[in-house]
Design a protein around this ligand. Structure first.
Ligand code: ADP
Ligand code: ZN
Length: 726
């Protein structure tokens, strides 16, 4: 009801701002909006795109009401997507407007794609035929419409030839509709012959698809077992039903090889969605997903917020991967939210991994998820023979990081003309630089972190805020020249050592900070797969998913690296990473091996990797989590309070702590300095909230924030429900 109003209707509109609820706008006479309509509305001095939301509006005074300016000619955001936004907002304690913002990230796509001018062959014939004209007519034969320049280009003639033909009525002007980003995938294009256990897993997935209702299947199969071919069967089933499919991948660098495999199976590539996509392409993908014409999208976690018209399946590949967690503005885990999206949309979800997260394993064990297992590698490929190298007994030469055992193994690999991968999850040359004379250590001026030397670039770099400075020749503290030492290894330093030992080998270093970005990375990965490198040295970037047919040795330079940080998830993460990286070896029939350099060869993680006995590891890990009531047997949330001054951050965090409500099943730990106490000049304190499995975590945190002190000054609060590290 609008009092004293020239308008007879009002609508709630969710705007892409930290707004806790939709704002009310007037609907001008004659304008038609429905829930889900994308509209342009005034907001303060600006105009923004928002989404007409559900529910009724409160009674408002007409003079406070501003009208909706424009309704975009765009399919309304479907109901399940709107419920999903509400759900993500409630769960993550982020304002719904901020979640909607993730959905509205292709503004040019709200208007229909324009039709373009084109030319079409008529029945008329030209007065005379030249060689150039003959080529044009040949190409235009099929009756398809062409653009003027496209036709000229295809025929290899100048545009004036086309103009001449048009003047004679041989071509007429037509309008061409926008082109689809990809052709329609064909579920029957090339159906592979599956191995018996693949077939059994595929049958499980197909049965789920035929039911067509919500259900989660954990596709759990060792690296190289052919999980992709298996979940492609679920994709095929969805396509047969005419429904849309979303495939989430953790890493853009991986998508390239993936797209080609998809094409081999379905005759066309899927649509792509990630931050590296050109804007025009983003708009097309967004629009065509909303219209329903684009059937399959493969993308990064943000693809979860594409407004699919009729989504019927989500596959989350490498479901355990930490890259699915977004820790910026809206903190969410795309794997978990994919399950929620499937629940709301009432369709199946497939989680695939060689090393499932403990959460997903427990869900499968307790019967909430179905589980399909592939226990052997595809065809004649065998898993690599793995063993540890005890660094206490077989240390590297002075100043080096590669043990004689590993160096010997590399030599043998090169002699067989096969490839070796050395894995070290640390970018740059050395994680710490210090002065041998006065002991000065180079730290970041605005973070509590050491600067990492990047020798190729000649810089010291902070991996947390990006601060970089030229590596000095003299110590800034004592002024002594030439006494700065690099402590510990990064991939660049390992490369240096490799070149010393194997000066004739072709060596490639791969890490995410490589110059040339994703394109260069793609080329390098292709080069490796084509056998154009002998030794590859890389960070976790090379650990995931790639298929390097001639790779027969994987050496892990520091297998203990991830275990030291005191995080209860450290064992799980290290297990996953080491399984993934050693899984790069022996993807074809060749005999392969993996060596893990470690100071703790008896550690359960090393034992599990070496024995290939993942079950024992999971059992132990699950039992420990259960004993400590850690996820998924209990719930955790983190609240980070940051401010420009330490006192301000700590004061606010303490006051927040005092505002915690009474609850029998939830308690608050801290505040304590966050694991990184200073990032980019902001001091950080953390409260950790630990609840029992059924505790109302969101209710508790919400009450605490409401009763806590007002957020003012430089204070910022970040809430992280289900943090990755704790
Ligand atoms: P995973 O994802 O489980 O690590 P992939 O799906 O990459 O394993 O499969 C490993 C290799 O085996 C790939 O090169 C894939 O093309 C091949 N492959 C798997 N299943 C089949 C099949 N049924 N027919 C032919 N090739 C297959
Ligand atoms: Zn920094």
């Amino acid at each position: 009801m609008i009092k004293d109003s020239p308008f007879d209707a009002a609508a709630p509109v969710l705007v892409p701002m930290p707004a806790e609820r939709p704002y009310t706008y007037a609907v001008p006479p004659g304008m038609r909006v429905v829930p889900g309509s994308i509209v342009r509305v005034p907001l303060g001095p600006r105009q923004v795109a928002g989404i007409v939301w559900d529910g009724t509006v409160e009674a408002v005074e007409a003079r406070k009401l501003r009208p909706i300016e424009h309704v975009f000619d765009c399919p309304p955001i479907p109901e399940p997507m709107r419920r999903f936004v509400d759900w993500v907002s409630q769960y993550t304690l982020s304002p719904p407007g901020m979640v909607a913002r993730m959905l509205l990230r292709a503004p040019e796509a709200f208007d229909p794609e324009p039709w373009i001018e084109g030319l079409q062959r008529t029945a008329a014939e030209p007065d005379r035929i030249t060689a150039a004209r003959a080529r044009v007519l040949d190409i235009a034969e099929g009756g398809l419409a062409w653009t003027r320049s496209g036709l000229a280009h295809a025929a290899g003639v100048s545009s004036t030839v086309i103009d001449g033909l048009k003047a004679q009525g041989v071509f007429e002007q037509v309008m061409i509709p926008p082109r689809p980003v990809v052709a329609a995938p064909d579920p029957g294009y090339a159906t592979p012959a599956l191995m018996p256990d693949q077939q059994a897993a595929a049958d499980t997935l197909r049965a789920g698809m035929e039911k067509g209702t919500f259900g989660v299947t954990l596709l759990d199969g060792v690296t190289g077992s052919g999980k992709t071919e298996v979940y492609f069967e679920a994709v095929a089933a969805a396509l047969e039903q005419g429904r849309q499919v979303l495939i989430l991948l953790p890493e853009i660098a991986l998508t390239h090889a993936f797209l080609e495999r998809f094409q081999d199976r379905f005759g066309t590539k899927p649509g792509e969605w990630h931050s590296d996509l050109p804007p025009r392409m983003r708009e097309k993908v967004w629009r065509q997903a909303a219209e329903g014409s684009l059937k399959v999208v493969a993308g990064a976690r943000s693809a979860l917020f594409l407004p699919f018209r009729d989504l019927g399946l989500i596959v989350v590949d490498e479901e355990h991967d930490p890259a699915y967690k977004q820790e910026d503005r809206v903190f969410y885990n795309a794997r978990d939210m994919a399950v929620v999206r499937g629940h709301i949309g009432n369709f199946p979800v497939v989680l695939a991994s060689a090393t499932p997260s403990v959460e997903s394993r427990v869900n499968a064990d307790q019967g909430r998820y179905r589980r399909a297992v592939l226990s052997a590698r595809f065809a004649e490929a065998a898993l690599p023979a793995l063993r540890t190298v005890d660094m206490r007994r077989a240390p590297p030469a002075r100043g080096g990081f590669l043990s004689p055992v590993l160096i010997g193994a590399i030599r043998q690999t090169l002699e067989k003309q096969e490839q070796a991968l050395l894995f070290l999850n640390r970018r740059g040359y050395a994680p710490l630089t210090l002065c041998r004379v006065c002991g000065h250590r180079f730290g970041c001026p605005v973070c509590s972190a050491w600067l990492v030397e990047h020798r190729f670039r000649g810089q010291l770099v902070c991996h947390h805020c990006g601060h970089s400075e030229k590596r000095p020749e003299a110590c800034p503290e004592c002024g002594t020249f030439d006494h700065l030492v690099a402590c510990g290894p990064g991939v660049e330093r390992i490369a240096e050592e490799v070149v010393e030992h194997f000066p004739d080998a072709r060596t490639i270093v791969l890490s995410s900070d490589m110059l040339g970005g994703v394109r260069r990375l793609r080329l390098e990965l292709e080069a490796i797969a084509n056998g154009e490198a002998d030794i590859v040295i890389g960070t976790q970037l090379v650990a995931k998913g790639h298929n390097f047919p001639n790779m027969t040795l994987v050496g892990v330079v520091d297998a203990d690296l991830g275990l030291a940080n005191g995080d209860p998830r450290a064992a799980e993460r290290t297990f996953q990473l080491l399984s993934q990286v050693t899984g790069r070896a022996g993807r074809t029939g060749k005999k392969s091996s993996g060596l893990l350099q470690t100071f703790q060869p008896d550690h359960p993680v090393m034992q599990a990797i070496v024995s290939g006995n993942a079950e024992t590891f999971y059992e132990r890990e699950i039992a420990e989590r259960e004993r400590a009531a850690l996820p998924p047997f209990g719930r955790l949330s983190g609240i980070i309070v940051s401010a420009a001054s330490r006192a301000e951050a700590e004061g606010h965090a303490r006051a927040l702590r005092r505002a915690a409500p009474e609850a029998a099943d939830i308690f608050v730990l801290g505040p304590a300095e966050a694991p990184l106490a200073l990032i980019a000049g902001r001091h950080r304190f953390r409260l950790l909230i630990h609840g029992q499995r059924r505790a109302d975590m969101q209710g508790f945190v919400r009450a605490m924030l409401a009763a806590g002190p007002k957020v003012r000054g430089s204070v910022r609060i970040q809430v992280d429900i289900d943090p990755q590290s704790f």
